[in-house]
Design a protein around this ligand. Structure first.
Ligand code: SAM
Length: 283
């Protein structure tokens, strides 16, 4: 029987391909082409407009680092806002923290939530049923511009800066996120693979640096986000949050009692190390 492969469409001159065992569901939503495949190498995989969003096998790298690092750095995060994140991976990890009293998810495409709940239970778990979860199907830009709520941690788990996600990488959105942060609040955003998306990296820094007392990046290797380390943008109202000492982080991690496969207090501290080729990008 002929093997079926799909090629990722993120970059015009470079890419990866996946051998597909089964295509579980496809849907043309008002925002994007959604598909969930059973792949030979990574288990189930969600793609949006042909771009890999998350896979069962390597989702832990990204979802653990986008949630546990800022929540443990903050130390007292009770209210979390997630913009995007419709697969539920970020929500599921954030809710592992007993200190989190409410997690609000604003996802523009309800189909991503619906089909992730049905086909990706190993990623979202019971997160969408958790009484602390508030699900809003809507545009994250409009939400942060209008909400009267304040959040200790805002996590922007969006697609790449195209289509509906493009304004999520702009100064107006970041300024509104700053407005929505409680004192000592921390903003973390998905910021691509800087070796292949350097403009996204330098552009985000140019927007965040004037707005926040502490702006920068931390890094995580994600096997299916090709091209090297992935950058997560960090913007904090309290510079001390990035300087939490190892013993305190280790104590907070022990207290949280969360089993992880990538995040650790040692990885946390090392993740902020900025390689010279990236330091040059942000001067
Ligand atoms: N982890 C993935 C990554 O790093 O590329 C992202 C996963 S998640 C599926 C991305 C989500 O962002 C999608 O479900 C998409 O619908 C959502 N999204 C894009 N633009 C948005 C916006 N303006 N407001 C809210 N959600 C948005």
């Amino acid at each position: 029987m002929d093997e079926k492969w799909i090629a990722e469409t993120l970059y015009p001159d470079y890419g990866q391909r996946f051998r597909i065992l089964r295509t579980l569901v496809t849907r043309t939503t008002p925002f994007q082409e959604l598909a969930i495949h059973e792949t030979a190498a990574f288990g189930r995989m969600l793609t949006l407009d042909g771009v890999c969003q998350t896979t069962e096998r390597d989702e832990f790298f990204y979802h653990e680092m986008m949630t546990h690092l800022p929540i443990l750095a903050h130390g007292e995060a009770r209210k979390v806002l997630i913009v995007g994140g419709g697969d539920g991976g970020i929500l599921e990890e954030a809710l592992k923290h007993r200190t989190v009293e409410k997690a609000t998810m604003v996802e523009i495409d309800g189909a991503v939530i619906e089909l992730s709940r049905e086909w990706l239970p190993s990623i979202c778990g019971r997160a969408f049923h958790d009484p602390r979860t508030e699900l809003i199907v809507g545009d994250g830009i409009a939400f942060v511009a209008e909400t009267a709520e304040r959040y200790d941690v805002i996590l922007v788990d969006s697609t790449d800066p195209m289509g509906a996600a493009e304004p999520l990488f702009g100064p107006a959105f970041y300024a509104q996120c700053r407005r929505c942060l409680a004192p000592r609040g921390i903003l973390v955003t998905q910021n691509g693979v800087p070796f292949l998306q350097p403009d996204e990296f330098s552009g985000t820094y140019r927007h965040l640096e004037p707005l926040f007392p502490d702006a920068g990046f931390y890094f995580v290797p994600v096997p299916t986000y090709v091209g090297g380390m992935m950058a997560l943008a960090w913007a904090s109202l309290d510079p001390a949050s990035r300087q939490v000492d190892g013993a305190t982080l280790a104590a907070r991690f022990r207290e949280a009692a969360i089993a992880t496969n990538y995040y650790s207090p040692e990885i946390h501290a090392a993740a902020f190390a900025l390689p010279p080729y990236l330091a040059k990008l942000i001067g």
